[in-house]
Ligand binder design. Structure first.
Ligand code: URA
Length: 444
């Protein structure tokens, strides 16, 4: 295989064969293709895209680069959810225990923060002792016992994605529909699922900011899932403002636990119920979305979802008492209230600016090996469209010290703009299935 010739062919708009894709990816995982050649190929894909047959070959090779979770003969149907990434998106923390307590097995495999977006693993690890590096064997045993495991991408699952993802992160090649699709679906399809629900984010804080591109991404992933026997549904959801109020690892864990107690922010609960209802219906655990939602609400009202989360925390090495006593979560050294600078209407709360500030405060990574400070972040209590008065408290900043408070204040000044008008775009704008795209809200 002459790698420069393959890169040249792709760069000039040609398509590689299935054999060429599988040879290339295998050689890369085996360390026989250097990162500089793979980087050039990724950039060629970024500009030229992939033909459907190439995407199929790439995804299948990425799945086959590792092992799979097997649930054959499992008494419960198996489902998972994946979000394309956002700011304040702590849905997985609530959703996995809720859905598991409604009789569906959930091997929730999540990622770490990427760029300005947060990661479920970092949020889980804000609980002291919580271990996310379960092996496939441990994950399967825990799903058998508790109905739910919350883990990171194990070294056995799609190792090709793990290497390519890290390379894309540092070569400006993340924002590509075929590369995102192959990356997400290679991991999810290796989980042995009966159904997958995708939360495809759109808006200024999403990787793909244009709704038309987000819909194309959803359709591409659905086609990959369904062609491999995994029923897949996507909701297109707003990421032009943070989800919920808390942004930052321990702060989001706190808000998730409050949500499981039934008292979280309305948008967080609404999105969690909508995604959970899709999961239950997709795997036949509920006859309709309305019925599924009622079951999920009941799992919260009865305390079953919270109890399931406590058992998962305990099984994975954390202190389950955290669900009763939020003070057991690590606490920021410096906290300051941020007040509205003018009277008017909130025009925007820019998630990208907030996400970047969390990284600056130490709550995210600029290098793969960076440790993350779980305590830092923001609680922002206003959304676009809310009226505010000058001097009114609209956020809190959580930092290590006064320098961090200054970084947080500057970020809020830029992120939160106040004007004469503002509008909250619909939280869930479209539902996308293999049959087509359904618009759920006007003005999306
Ligand atoms: N999440 C993934 O798992 N992969 C991507 O490429 C982007 C978001």
């Amino acid at each position: 295989m002459v790698i420069p010739a393959l890169i040249e062919h792709k760069r000039d708009g040609g398509a590689l064969t299935a054999e060429q894709w599988s040879g290339l990816i295998r050689a890369y995982v085996a360390g026989q293709v250097p990162d500089y050649q793979m980087s050039a190929l990724l950039m060629a894909i970024y500009f030229r895209g992939l033909e459907p047959a190439e995407l199929t070959a790439l995804t299948d090779t990425m799945i086959d680069s590792g092992d799979r979770l097997h649930f054959d003969g499992h008494p419960r149907p198996v489902a998972d959810k994946h979000s394309t990434g956002g700011v304040g998106d702590k849905v997985s923390l609530l959703l996995a225990p809720m859905v598991a307590s409604c009789g569906v097995a959930v091997p929730m495999m999540s990622g770490r923060g990427l760029g300005h977006t947060g990661g479920t693993l970092d949020k889980l690890e804000s609980i002291p002792g919580f271990r996310t590096n379960l092996s496939l064997r441990e994950a399967r045993a825990q799903v058998d016992r508790l109905g739910c495991a919350m883990l990171g991408q194990t070294p056995e699952i799609a190792p090709a994605d793990k290497r390519l993802y890290a390379l894309r992160d540092v070569t400006a090649t993340v924002e590509s529909i075929p590369l995102i699709s192959a990356s997400i679906m290679s991991k999810k399809l290796a989980e042995g699922l009966n159904g997958l629900v995708l939360d495809v984010k759109t808006g200024s804080g999403a990787f793909l900011t244009d709704p038309a591109k987000s819909i194309e991404l959803a359709r591409t992933m659905i086609a990959l899932g369904e062609a491999r026997g995994c029923p897949t549904v996507a909701l297109l959801t707003a990421m032009d403002r943070p989800l919920g109020r808390a942004c930052g690892n321990a702060l989001e864990m706190e808000e998730a636990i409050e949500g499981l107690r039934g008292s979280g922010p309305a948008d967080l609960l609404e999105l969690t119920y909508a995604l959970g209802a899709e999961m239950l219906v997709l795997v036949g655990a509920a006859p309709s979305l309305a019925d599924a939602r009622a079951r999920l609400q009941q799992s919260v009202a009865s305390g079953r979802a919270l109890e399931t989360f406590a058992r998962v925390i305990e099984a994975q090495g954390g202190n389950p008492e955290v669900i009763e006593d939020l003070g057991l979560l690590p606490q920021a050294q410096a906290v300051e209230v941020y007040r509205a600078e003018a009277t008017g209407v909130v025009a925007a709360v820019e998630p990208r600016r907030i996400g970047r500030a969390i990284v600056q405060l130490g709550g995210g990574r600029t290098a793969v090996e960076d440790a993350v400070d779980p305590t830092v972040g923001f609680v922002i209590t206003v959304k676009p469209g809310d009226p505010v008065r000058a001097g009114e408290p609209i956020a809190s900043i959580f930092a290590r010290d006064a320098a961090g408070i200054a970084i947080g204040t500057a970020a809020l000044r830029e992120a939160v703009s106040i004007g004469d008008t503002g509008r909250l775009t619909p939280l869930i704008s479209h539902r996308i299935t293999g049959r087509g795209v359904e618009r759920l809200a006007e003005g999306a």
